[in-house]
Design a protein around this ligand. Structure first.
Ligand SMILES: Cc1cc2nc3c(=O)[nH]c(=O)nc-3n(C[C@H](O)[C@H](O)[C@H](O)COP(=O)(O)OP(=O)(O)OC[C@H]3O[C@@H](n4cnc5c(N)ncnc54)[C@H](O)[C@@H]3O)c2cc1C
Length: 429
């Protein structure tokens, strides 16, 4: 069964880990090469000395509907470490936190009339039940949603989120993207004991026990194909392969090889994506009153969400600190990319103290800033016709990333799914 050939996977994020599992299982000799010193990619995290658990650089949770990742977790014997909770989600609107995570919350919502609430509830229920999401891709979300959900419901609840998340691209996003967000969402949220970086480490340990080789701290920067096969040039060494799977952001490999540059030009040039930035506040007391996730629906705020992780997971695993993300999605020239964490805190502070009037500077133990340039694809109308193929056209070279998980939004579950899909294609090639 073993020794089908040598596969090198670039990237030890969840796409790469999933592909490694399936290819190893099928009898390939698998090597995973990762630029960073740890696995987990966008789902990885950091740990301070007084914490027992790691915290993700970017807020993370799973939905109960994330079947692909739960399947992989189960296959690796790690299911015991998955926890489910039902934390509170709310909207910050008209200087108030309004709970908004169940049909009852729509009924109780104070800023819409009964007819408007019924329209909103019916529209959301329709999307939740509608099975053919891709068929909605011909509509732009910002044009279809006022009709589907009612103008006031859309203006108050979803328009601010679309605008804040996608900025100047908000009018491009198609309705299938929005459908997928509603369809996949569950009130119960899942987490992994120790954090998703811990999950990645546990997966690495499992894969190593099955014979997968890992090289960390090795940034690959060139692909050479010659008669003997494929060769990946890293900063430290060269890696020989019969086949290669690239799971890194597409801009990372576009210049690695003439054929890859041509594939990038055909399938990725012109595609738009946003970056993400979080400011993590370590506080002596809570910022939000029991709410885990607070969408900012008020115009003029310099951030999109506030997520109090320790209103989801217990603060005891983080040295008793209250940990709060202040999150944003950023276009490539946004001035926040260059800001220092203290500068960002100064900009955010007057707004944070509107949300919690009792918050004082002396409540802040520390602040951390994290950012990633490739964080959120923007999918426009008829995107299904523009999904980049996993096969690049270069013999033995494959690509898997979040531009290919459509109609689903990016997520660990879909990274696991695209990794598996790429592995299946490699198996039948
Ligand atoms: C703000 C934010 C919030 C999110 N929230 C959630 C959430 O709540 N739930 C959820 O399920 N998902 C969430 N996600 C999405 C999720 O993190 C990603 O979809 C998923 O982790 C992507 O995995 P990946 O393996 O495809 O890519 P990545 O995680 O990007 O992995 C790619 C890997 O390739 C490595 N690499 C890059 N270049 C090179 C190179 N030249 N050589 C070697 N290695 C290289 C990188 O270091 C990285 O480890 C969130 C993402 C963001 C940005």
């Amino acid at each position: 069964m073993k020794n089908k050939g040598k596969i090198v996977i670039i990237g030890a994020g969840f796409s790469g880990l999933s592909a490694a599992y399936w290819l190893n299982r099928a009898g390939y000799k698998v090597k995973v090469v990762e630029a960073k010193s740890q696995a987990g990619g966008l789902g990885a995290g950091f740990k301070l000395n007084n914490w027992d658990w790691r915290l993700e650089y970017f807020y993370h949770h799973l939905f109960a509907s994330d079947k692909k990742v739960f399947d992989l977790i189960r296959r690796m014997g790690l299911s015991d470490k998955v926890v489910f909770k039902r934390p509170v989600t709310g909207l910050w609107i008209k200087d108030k936190t309004i709970r908004f995570d169940s049909p009852l919350d729509v009924v109780r919502y104070p800023f819409l009339g009964w007819g408007e609430k019924m329209r909103l509830g019916a529209g959301v229920a329709f999307l939740k039940l509608w099975p053919f999401g891709v068929r909605l891709e011909r509509f732009r979300a910002n044009q279809a949603l006022p009709i589907l959900l009612g103008s006031h419901g859309y203006q108050q609840i979803f328009k601010p989120l679309l605008s804040a998340k996608f900025g100047k691209w908000a009018d491009k996003v198609n309705l299938a993207w929005f459908w997928a967000r509603i369809k996949a969402r569950t009130a119960k949220l899942g987490y992994y004991q120790g954090g998703f970086g811990q999950l990645a480490d546990d997966m690495v340990a499992f894969l190593k026990s099955q014979g997968v080789e890992f090289v960390f701290g090795e940034k690959v920067n060139r692909l050479i194909n010659n008669k003997a096969g494929l060769l990946l040039a890293g900063e430290k060494e060269r890696h020989e392969a019969d086949q290669v799977l690239l799971t890194t952001p597409p801009d990372n490999w576009r210049g690695w090889h003439k054929g890859l540059t041509a594939y990038w030009s055909s399938h990725f040039a012109g595609k738009v994506f946003l970056g993400a930035q979080t400011l993590v506040l370590r506080l002596k007391k809570p910022l939000l009153n029991q709410t885990y996730w607070l969408n900012i629906n008020e115009a003029g705020y310099p951030f999109l969400i506030v997520a109090e992780h320790t209103n989801f997971m217990d603060k005891k695993d983080y040295g008793g600190e209250h940990l709060v993300y202040v999150g944003n999605y950023l276009t490539d020239k946004h001035p926040f990319w260059q800001k220092k964490k203290e500068g960002l805190l100064d900009i955010f502070w007057p707004f944070l103290t509107k949300i919690n009037k009792d918050l004082k500077k002396q409540d802040v133990i520390g602040v951390e800033k994290f950012q990633a340039r490739f964080a959120q694809p923007v999918v426009g109308v008829h995107y299904s016709r523009q999904i980049p193929p996993i096969k690049t056209g270069i013999n033995g070279v494959y690509v898997a990333n979040m531009f290919q998980v459509y109609p689903w939004d990016r997520g660990i579950n879909y990274a696991v799914g695209i990794g598996k899909k790429a592995a299946e294609l490699i198996l039948i090639s």
